[in-house]
Write a protein that binds this ligand. Structure first.
Ligand SMILES: NC(=O)c1ccc[n+]([C@@H]2O[C@H](COP(=O)([O-])OP(=O)(O)OC[C@H]3O[C@@H](n4cnc5c(N)ncnc54)[C@H](O)[C@@H]3O)[C@@H](O)[C@H]2O)c1
Length: 407
């Protein structure tokens, strides 16, 4: 059976590779020539454990070919971006991808959409293709940083445009998924995917609101959340400098655009979107001119800077002519230049930890000594509560924590 995977990004590449390793004949398609070259040469940057080994195995097996144009196949899997545009889902990538495969689709082919979309999108795509096909929606719920493990072990939801479509799609996923596979209709599956991310976004908004309240009350929000979570039915997530990434920070809007009832969802999104401004205002109180950012990715130990709060915070600081230096060894690329550690802290008045990379948790005494010597003032603002406070204090650093207690 031949499978054509459209879009070889964070989701499409591991999916295409795993299907190839399981014995399917796979053509992976991407319009980005640079990406294709990097995949062929195995020179793409990734923080996903074992992805290089998987892709290399898939290519060597002869089952995975990567190309810039789709081909006729039995199954088409669409994994293209669905970014946010004016607080609505930009479906142009999906529409272009579907247009590109439409002439190649034959009756009884199976089309699977994996991209996150607003409810009802698959019904529109079905009409757009207008052939006697099977169509299913199989959303991804992997955790970036742990994609390969989760791709195999997570439970999956498959929504079919009809029952046969869901059953056909299940057969494909069964070849590599060890978790349970639950079947439903496309609109329910589309909504379920959004509900999962909204649940997390609303919970984080609550944690962020608690962090701001804690600063007003002068209590430590981290201690308070930890204690509240000792309740057997409470699980409050962590506050932070804002919610980023390609999923949680944008997907809630896909439901807001479809329903007037989505009030809590909208408010949570606004609370989380305001966090970078809140953090930038605090930074402005702590430093006058030169600021060092540790971590520009949207969360720890990943290379993804999409929708990163760091970008919004830096934009805000640049409006006031701050000299902002960024240090991040994990980031794949970023809007602003990335410096080495020494360059980033030299003559700086303040370090701001924005991503919870392991590197910053594990700084040793000698690293902090070296950093302290280069800085103009020894001040650190940790928005993730991850640094080893005793070590930084020993080097005379003044420490501020988001949602922390003032001295
Ligand atoms: N990254 C995640 O962790 C994650 C998790 C769950 C769901 N998703 C969803 O999966 C979808 C894909 O996300 P991603 O992170 O893999 O995106 P990505 O940007 O990493 O990759 C998408 C790829 O598609 C390519 N592309 C765009 N238009 C194309 C076309 N017409 N034909 C062929 N290739 C095309 C791009 O060049 C890019 O390489 C999105 O809808 C996203 O919301 C992502």
């Amino acid at each position: 059976m031949k499978i054509c995977v459209i879009g070889l990004g964070y989701i499409g590449l591991p999916t295409a590779s795993i299907l190839a390793v399981r014995g399917y004949e796979v053509v992976g398609v991407d319009i980005d020539k640079k990406r294709l070259k990097e995949i062929k040469n195995l020179s793409f940057k990734t923080t996903e454990k074992d992805l290089l080994t998987l892709v290399s195995g898939a290519i060597k097996s002869g089952n995975l070919e990567v190309k810039d144009k789709p081909e006729e196949a039995d199954v088409f899997i669409v994994c293209v971006p669905t970014p946010l545009k004016n607080k609505k889902c930009d479906l142009s990538y999906i529409k272009n991808a579907v247009e590109s495969i439409k002439p190649l689709i034959k009756d009884k082919n199976l089309v699977i959409i994996e991209s996150t979309v607003p409810p009802g999108t698959c019904e529109e795509i079905y009409k757009m293709i207008n052939k006697d096909i099977y169509l299913a929606y199989c959303p991804e719920r992997v955790l970036p940083g742990n994609i390969l493990h989760e791709l195999i072990n997570n439970d999956r939801i498959i929504g079919g445009i009809n029952k046969e479509s869901a059953i056909k799609a299940k057969k494909i996923y069964e070849s590599f998924v060890k978790g349970n596979i639950y079947l439903t209709d496309t609109k329910t599956a589309e909504t379920v995917k959004l509900m999962e991310n909204i649940y997390r976004d609303v919970n984080i908004a609550l944690a962020n609101e608690f962090a701001k309240i804690a600063e007003e009350l002068n209590i430590d929000v981290w201690e308070a959340i930890n204690l509240a979570n000792k309740h057997p039915r409470v699980n409050i997530l962590k506050p932070g400098p804002g919610v980023g990434g390609h999923c949680i920070s944008i997907d809630p809007w896909f439901l807001v655009e479809k329903s007037k009832e989505a009030k809590l969802i909208k408010t949570a999104r606004e609370i989380n979107d305001e966090m970078p401004i809140y953090v930038a205002n605090k930074i402005k109180k702590l430093a006058k001119k030169t600021v060092t950012i540790f971590g520009v990715t949207y969360k720890g130990n990943v290379d993804d800077t999409r929708e990163s709060p760091a970008e919004k915070i830096i934009d805000e600081l640049l409006k006031d002519n701050y000299d902002v230096r960024c240090y991040d060894r994990y980031a794949r690329d970023f809007k602003y230049p990335l410096l080495n550690l020494e360059e980033s802290v030299k003559d700086s008045e303040l370090i701001v930890v924005l991503a919870d990379h392991d590197e910053y948790k594990n700084f040793k005494e000698e690293d902090i000594k070296r950093i302290g010597k280069l800085m103009k003032r020894r001040v650190i603002y940790d928005t993730r509560n991850i640094i080893n406070k005793d070590l930084w204090k020993n080097e005379d650093f003044k420490i501020y924590i988001l949602g922390g207690k003032n001295d």
